[in-house]
Design a protein. Structure first.
Length: 279
C-alpha cells in the first residue's frame, strides 16, 4: 500500500535499527511485525476520527504545545475517563499518538507525554489496559517516546509501575519520570504548560470538544496531506527523508526556515482563553 511506503521512511528504518542495536535481521523482523500490526489494528480501515471521537468527549487526552526540546506534548488525564473499558480506548490512545506525531516539526522524531493520575475516577484505566498500551508503545513506536512525565500516581498503580518498569527496555524506562517538577527541572517552559488538572502552568485552557476535536483533526489532516504530497514529489519511494517530507528547509531555502516552536494551532483555537504562544 502507498501509505505503508510513505510510513517506511529512512528515519523510520533507522529508529528500528537503533531499537535493535543495529541488528539488521531483528530490525527487519520488528518492522514486518509492526506493518502487520498496523493493518490488523485498523489504522487503514476502521480506526478513524469518527470511530474514536466518543472517547475524546471529555478532553482526557489533549495535544497542546511543545516541551523544551520542541517535542509536541500530549496530555493524558485518566480521571476524565468517560467510557467503559474496551479496545476502542486503546484505539483512541494510539490514534492520539499518531496525531501528535503529525504535529512534530522537521527534525523532531518523538513526543512528550504529560500524564496526571490525580482526581480519582471509578473508570480509570485498569492494570491490563495500561500494560497493553505500554506494550504497544514499546513494540510499535520505538524511539517515538522522547519523555514521559507522570504525576500523582495512585498507590496501586505505583505498585504496578514498580513491578513492570524493570521489565521495560532500559531506553524506554530512562525516559519516564515520576512526579517531576517539570518547569523547575527545565522540561518545559511555564508559558507552554497547561494550567488545568494539576499541571499548574501558565496557559489557561478551557476544553470545548466541539471546537477542539474538529480543529485538531483538520490540522493533522492538512499536515499529512502536505507531507504525502512532498513524499510523492520526492519520488514516492521507501526510504525517503522525513526532514524533507515534513518541509524542513534545504540549503536553498534557509531564509524561509519554519518556526518549529510555535504552539500548535489546535491548542489556541480550542480554548477561548488561550493566546497563541510564539517561540
Amino acid at each position: 500500500m502507498e501509505v505503508e511506503k510513505f510510513w517506511l521512511t529512512n528515519d523510520c528504518i533507522l529508529r528500528y535499527l537503533r531499537a535493535t542495536k543495529w541488528d539488521v535481521s531483528s530490525a527487519i523482523k520488528r518492522l514486518e511485525t509492526t506493518l502487520l500490526w498496523r493493518r490488523e489494528f485498523g489504522f487503514y480501515t476502521f480506526v478513524t476520527a469518527e470511530h474514536v471521537e466518543p472517547e475524546g468527549m471529555t478532553g482526557k487526552e489533549v495535544i497542546f504545545g511543545y516541551d523544551k526540546d520542541n517535542r509536541p506534548a500530549l496530555y493524558m488525564f485518566p480521571s476524565l475517563q468517560n467510557t467503559e473499558e474496551s479496545i476502542r480506548q486503546i484505539h483512541f490512545a494510539t490514534f492520539m499518538i499518531e496525531r501528535t506525531l503529525d504535529l512534530a516539526p522537521p527534525g523532531i522524531e518523538n513526543i512528550a507525554l504529560f500524564i496526571n493520575y490525580g482526581d480519582k475516577s471509578p473508570k480509570a484505566p485498569s492494570w491490563s489496559m495500561s500494560r497493553n498500551f505500554l506494550s504497544i508503545l514499546q513494540s510499535h513506536y520505538p524511539e517515538r517516546l522522547g519523555r514521559a512525565m507522570v504525576i500523582n500516581v495512585p498507590f496501586l498503580l505505583n505498585a504496578f509501575f514498580k513491578f513492570i518498569m524493570p521489565l521495560v527496555d532500559p531506553i524506554t524506562r530512562d525516559k519516564v519520570r515520576f512526579n517531576p517538577k517539570v518547569v523547575q527541572d527545565g522540561l518545559i517552559d511555564n508559558d507552554k504548560l497547561l494550567n488545568v488538572h494539576g499541571w499548574g502552568g501558565g496557559v489557561d485552557f478551557e476544553f470545548k470538544h466541539e471546537i477542539y476535536w474538529k480543529t485538531m483533526i483538520e490540522a493533522c489532516k492538512t499536515r499529512r496531506e502536505e507531507q504525502m504530497q512532498r513524499w510523492k514529489d520526492l519520488g514516492g519511494k521507501i526510504g525517503e527523508d522525513e526532514w524533507l517530507i515534513k518541509g524542513g528547509p534545504t540549503s536553498s531555502s534557509l531564509e524561509t526556515t519554519a518556526t518549529a516552536t510555535e504552539t500548535p494551532v489546535i491548542g489556541a483555537q480550542a480554548s477561548a482563553t488561550v493566546e497563541p504562544v510564539q517561540g
